[in-house]
Design a protein around this ligand. Structure first.
Ligand SMILES: *Cc1c(COP(=O)(O)O)cnc(C)c1O
Length: 429
């Protein structure tokens, strides 16, 4: 049974606002230059994925590709596919597809392992490049794994100190000549605030410190210019806006100027210069390939490879513009219709400073998000009180935005969240 009763508590004011918004949304969807990409995804009927910033929807082409990978490349090809199907080079092939989305060049990105593991490689590599410095600056409210990995690394590196700084000016102030590296997110996972990449790189560079950027919530959502902004290292997820599928491997970028000297500690054989020479000693491969550790995750890399093909057709400035328009439309509708329920918009109001998701603060956020999910509006909850909605411009429509806010408004108005079934404890939120 649907948790929302048909006799809604929607007031006449909100009804007019929603009617106007629906008409506006239809017109904007008709005029949307990216609208045709939606058909390229296998979208569950009746469900809208407002969590494409956590797990992107599935491009249709992936199913066919996986069928081929499983039956031809694996079942028939067996080990011959390492060369014949380019399995061996897949970490670099997929990396080259990601490069244009983050302002990197060909041969500068490899894909494999998780973002957490790649953070470890990059932080350790940065520390090794500044052996006389023993401080890592980390963001106080960064996505937890970034700081957990830094803590793990500190346990292995005697004398290493983590200097915890709040985002913004405080972070810049924390960078001095004792700092080996700064580890931070470009788009904040909760607020969606965009960090000034160029400014951080400039301040770090002047202090002789290196930067390690986490682009998990940026890639495929906002403009990133790794080369142009003078960044040193970057990592990022591919199962979010890049739609690589659950557990899709992460990417890892190192500025070309560091590639000759950089060393990462997970010196596995697949990052060796000649893996099949079976030498005793590790010798790093040329270039970014040395950031590969063990055998690449071919099944998930193949799914990601297929998902990324679609991106070569995308007009990126149009995509970034649509992202800002969707989030602005959502925020304005929430403000107009849900103000009386004590919601607070935590994401920056300036669209130029905002990623492609929006977080609202309010009481009962977790049960509210559960009722929404039961209604087919999938967002997520980020403790302690954040209701988070992601807007993947390739498949979210303006009409979907209206639907989400209408559902949210109705849930708040009817207190549909106030039921036992929506208030139980779970591991994953
Ligand atoms: C999603 C996310 C991660 C996830 O890391 P995994 O190792 O893939 O689990 C890391 N950092 C940020 C900023 C994220 O948003």
């Amino acid at each position: 049974m649907s948790p929302l009763s048909a006799s809604s508590a929607t007031g006449p004011g909100a009804e007019v606002t929603f009617r106007t918004a629906r008409a506006e949304a239809e017109a904007r969807d008709r005029a949307d230059p990216l609208g045709h990409f939606r058909q390229r995804f296998l979208l569950s009927e009746g469900t809208v994925n407002f969590d494409g910033n956590s797990l992107g929807s599935m491009p249709r082409a992936v199913a066919e590709r996986m069928e081929c990978v499983l039956k031809q490349e694996w079942a028939d090809g067996l080990i011959r596919s390492w060369g014949g199907a380019e399995w061996f080079r897949l970490p670099e092939i997929v990396g080259d597809r990601i490069a244009p989305l983050v302002g990197a060049g060909p041969g500068e990105i490899v894909v494999g392992d998780s973002t957490s593991v790649n953070l470890f490689k990059c932080m350790a590599a940065a520390l090794a490049m500044r052996p006389e410095r023993r401080v890592l600056v980390v963001q106080a409210d960064n996505f937890p794994t970034d700081n957990y990995i830094a803590q793990g690394l500190a346990g292995l590196a005697p004398g290493l100190t983590l200097r915890v700084a709040e985002t913004g000016q405080a972070l810049l102030d924390a960078i001095d000549s004792s700092v080996a590296a700064v580890v931070l997110s470009h788009v904040h996972y909760r607020t969606a605030a965009i960090e000034d990449m160029e400014a951080v790189n400039r301040v770090a560079g002047a202090a002789g410190a290196l930067t390690v950027w986490d682009l998990s919530h940026s890639t495929g959502a906002v403009a990133v210019d790794l080369r142009g902004s003078g960044a040193d290292f970057a990592v990022g997820c591919t199962y979010k806006y890049l739609n690589g599928g659950p557990g899709a491997p992460a990417f890892c970028w190192v500025a070309a100027r560091h590639l000759a000297e950089v060393r990462q500690p997970l010196s596995g054989w697949m990052g060796h210069q000649a893996p099949f020479a079976f030498d005793f000693d590790y010798r790093p491969a040329e270039g970014i390939r040395r950031f590969v550790c063990g055998t690449p995750q071919i099944l998930s890399l193949s799914a990601l490879d297929e998902s990324l093909k679609l991106w070569s057709e995308v007009d990126l400035p149009a995509l970034f513009r649509k992202s800002r328009e969707l989030t602005s439309f959502f925020m304005s509708l929430v403000e107009q219709t849900c103000a009386e329920y004590g919601l607070e918009l935590l994401s920056p109001s300036d669209p130029a400073r905002r990623g492609s998701h929006v977080i609202l603060r309010g009481s009962n956020g977790l049960p509210v998000m559960r009722v929404l999910a039961a209604e087919g509006v999938i967002g997520d909850f980020r403790a302690p009180d954040g209701m988070r909605f992601g807007f993947a411009p390739l498949y979210i429509r303006f009409a979907d935005v209206v639907r989400a806010v209408e559902a949210l408004h109705l849930i708040l108005a009817t207190r549909a969240w106030d039921r036992e079934e929506f208030n139980q404890t779970t591991v994953v939120t």
